[in-house]
Design a protein around this ligand. Structure first.
Ligand SMILES: Nc1nc2c(ncn2[C@@H]2O[C@H](COP(=O)(O)OP(=O)(O)OP(=O)(O)O)[C@@H](O)[C@H]2O)c(=O)[nH]1
Ligand SMILES: [Mg+2]
Length: 390
């Protein structure tokens, strides 16, 4: 109690030592106690670091990994409820706006020479500019490419009112970002027909792990008839890695070495709902390797396949540009971003989306199979980019 009196309610007692009086006094006096107490200085849970908050955000994301042509409307509702809750959003925007206003302080100093009317206009303009500058800084801090920040600001500028509030500007930018990120497109299933889903991308980004996560959810949560296939026969351990998952999930695994073998496997596996196909991580710089993947993909007719390009968010943007360009030559793809648990910033998602125009699909945020995966959500990313991480 004394420790809490002195240090506050978060004090922790770390040691208690009894001190016995010496000499004759020990017969008459009670022992005293020395208490060591400390205050834990790690911030309380509400002040999560940005990285932790990214992870937490995705953990709360409802677990919708399949598009059922609108059949699963209940889950859709869940999604809408969690992320498009307009009241919460307003609150969020006004919170960010308040922060910005505070930072802006008395940015607009009126000029005593000017006429009253002009002064008012000027003050409003300066306030708008200060606000845009802060938004600019915030987006830059989140590693959004300057080119795209400029685009956003240029697009929003004509709509700015002279008496526009910070909140208006912010929700304008927010809406623009959400629009640009577009609708998320995840895997689809066609009733009575197998869907062949390819996962392509650079080495080590998490293709195989992502397949394991999705296979597990499709099989255990959605009770679908899942099969795995791998064309990754370049590394000795690669097949084993997927084989282990196939055994745990009790789903078949087909190993194919060439596009002809893949064609045969395609015929064989037509009775499954969904076949997830792993490919070897190849260097996007090698033309021959790209052509190999192209051949594999074209073994399945276009209407029966989906292609996901798996990218790690921790890859630097310059490399992401080259990688996405190289894969664009091979196929039309959707985007999966991995390793969101290893970053503080989501700017790359926005950059790559705008660069490629490809639909966003999933995000992964850890090594745990199957939990660390969810659908990407435009509103969630927009919020994060504008600094509303809590
Ligand atoms: N932190 C983190 N690690 C991940 C994530 N996804 C995968 N990993 C790890 O990244 C490493 C590579 O994962 P793989 O699934 O083997 O990657 P791959 O793309 O199949 O690699 P190759 O087949 O060699 O091209 C493993 O250690 C995974 O556990 C993620 O979302 N976050
Ligand atoms: Mg792999």
């Amino acid at each position: 109690m004394k420790a809490k009196d002195e240090l506050g309610k978060d004090a922790i007692v770390t040691n208690v030592k009894q001190i016995k009086p010496g000499g004759l006094m020990r017969l008459f006096k009670k022992p005293t106690y020395e208490i060591t107490a400390a205050l834990d200085e790690t911030p309380p849970k509400t002040e999560l670091s940005r990285r932790e908050s990214i992870k937490a955000m995705f953990k709360d994301n409802p677990d919708i990994i399949l598009d059922d042509d609108g059949k699963d409307s209940k889950e859709e509702e869940k999604l809408t409820h969690a992320f498009s809750d307009s009241k919460k959003l307003e609150q969020k925007i006004s919170n960010i706006a308040m922060l910005l206003e505070k930072q802006m302080g008395a940015a607009a100093k009126p000029d005593p020479e000017k006429k009253e009317e002009e002064k008012k206009d000027n003050a409003a303009e300066e306030k708008n500019n200060a606000c845009l500058q802060l938004i600019y800084k915030q987006l830059l801090d989140n590693e959004v490419d300057e080119k795209y920040i400029n685009q956003l600001i240029t697009e929003i500028e004509p709509a700015l009112k002279k008496d526009g509030s910070v909140e208006n500007i912010l929700s304008g930018i927010y809406q623009k970002i959400v629009l640009k990120l577009g609708k998320t497109e995840v895997m689809g299933v066609t009733q009575g027909k197998a869907r062949f889903v390819f996962f392509i991308g650079p080495t080590g980004v998490g293709k195989t792990t992502t397949i394991a996560k999705l296979a597990s959810k499709l099989k255990l949560d959605r009770k679908l008839n899942v099969a795995l296939m791998t064309a990754d026969t370049y590394r000795i351990a690669a097949v084993d890695q997927l084989k282990t998952y196939a055994e745990i999930l009790n789903v078949p695994l087909k190993v194919v070495y060439t596009d002809t073998e893949l064609k045969d496997a395609y015929e064989e596996m037509k009775n499954y709902d969904i076949v997830l196909i792993d490919t070897a991580g190849r260097s996007h710089r090698d033309k021959q390797q790209r052509e190999d993947i192209e051949k594999l993909i074209s073994a399945v007719p276009k209407e029966e396949r989906d292609i996901f390009l798996v990218l790690s968010i921790t890859t630097k943007y310059r490399d992401l540009i080259r990688i996405t360009e190289a894969y664009s030559e091979i196929a039309e793809y959707r985007l999966i971003f991995t390793k969101l648990d290893e970053t503080d910033t989501l700017g790359n998602i926005f950059n790559v989306k705008l660069l490629t125009g490809a639909p966003l699909s999933y995000a992964t945020f850890g090594q745990k199979v199957p939990n660390d995966i969810s659908r990407l959500d435009a509103q969630m990313i927009a919020k994060q980019l504008l600094g509303g991480s809590d």
